[in-house]
Design a protein around this ligand. Structure first.
Ligand code: CAA
Length: 260
């Protein structure tokens, strides 16, 4: 597949998606949002891809936000439409069956922070900076930041970030649970890929069901969510993976899961 602003490769069933608009610090314009939507649709329907690593090109930025020069002249209905398209993309990534790991290689601001938030987990390079600076531009977060950030770090810290507009360091992002790991810049992609490899060495049905349970459970009250877990737990016992996984444990050998 050919894209104007994206690089895409697949190795050992792990796709690497690189946002490649370095002159604008990988800012998300409409064209880029549509390319990402098309690519994630392709990934969703491609059973040979088991995990995705999402990163930005260049050393400076993951994504420095939605494209301010493109947004500047939007009317209120146009801006609402832009936010809707961005939100649909973020939900598509969040609900992708495969795990998606953000490798945050520099600035992740505004829509860039929101893109990272839509991923299942985030690894940051030591010099990454994250934040929601929308209020400094006279707007609010538009790609899910006001909703996913408080769900991840709690409302109090989320409000501080959303209302001061200040950037935080990778280390601070780690302290508040916004990123899972902080590594040296040159180790970032290796770290993200090694987590992806570890995930997909397990039962693919199991990892995809675990992702779905966490996502869907957050939208439910605890009793319904626990019923959903019990139902899914039961369904797993009708899979080859459960038979192989438990037999392998009892045989003291490594499980060979089939659905790869
Ligand atoms: N949109 C459009 N262009 C951007 C951009 C953005 N979000 N961020 C950076 N750029 C462009 C700059 O305009 C500049 O272009 P030129 O070379 O043509 O002048 C180029 O990228 C390099 O940027 P800087 O010269 O500003 O680089 P710097 O090192 O001095 O600063 C920065 C880096 C702190 C990230 C700074 O670029 C910055 O503050 N960017 C904007 C961050 C921001 O406010 N993001 C939120 C956008 S709103 C949003 O995302 C809404 C939403 O929720 C959907």
């Amino acid at each position: 597949m050919e894209f104007k602003h994206l690089l895409f490769s697949v190795e050992e069933q792990i796709a690497t998606v690189t946002i490649n608009r370095p002159k604008a610090l990988n800012a998300l314009n409409m064209e880029l949002l549509l390319e990402l939507t098309q690519l994630f649709d392709h990934i969703k329907n491609n059973a040979s891809i088991q995990a995705v690593v999402l990163t930005g090109s260049g050393e400076k930025a993951f994504v420095a936000g939605a494209d301010i020069s493109e947004m500047q002249s939007k009317t209120a209905p146009e801006a609402k439409g832009f936010s809707t398209i961005g939100n649909e993309l973020m939900s598509k990534i969040e609900n992708l069956p495969q795990p998606v790991i953000a490798a945050v290689n520099g600035y992740a601001l505004g829509g860039g922070s929101e893109l990272a938030l839509a991923c299942d987990l985030r690894i940051a390079s030591i010099d990454a900076k994250l934040g929601q600076p929308e209020v400094t531009l006279g707007i609010v977060a538009g790609f899910g930041g006001s909703q996913r950030l408080p769900r991840l770090v709690g409302p109090s810290i989320a409000k501080e970030l959303l209302m001061t507009g200040e950037m935080i360091t990778a280390e601070r992002a780690y302290q508040i649970g916004l990123v899972n790991h902080v590594v040296e810049s040159d180790a970032l992609l290796d770290k993200a890929k090694s987590i992806a490899r570890k995930m997909i060495s397990n039962s693919i049905i199991g990892i995809q069901a675990s992702k779905k349970l966490v996502n869907e459970g957050f939208e439910m009250d605890i009793q319904r969510a626990l019923s959903l877990e019990a139902e899914t737990f039961g369904m797993m016992f009708a899979t080859e993976d459960q038979k192989e996984g438990m037999a392998a444990f009892l045989d003291k050998r490594k499980a060979q899961f089939k659905a790869k």
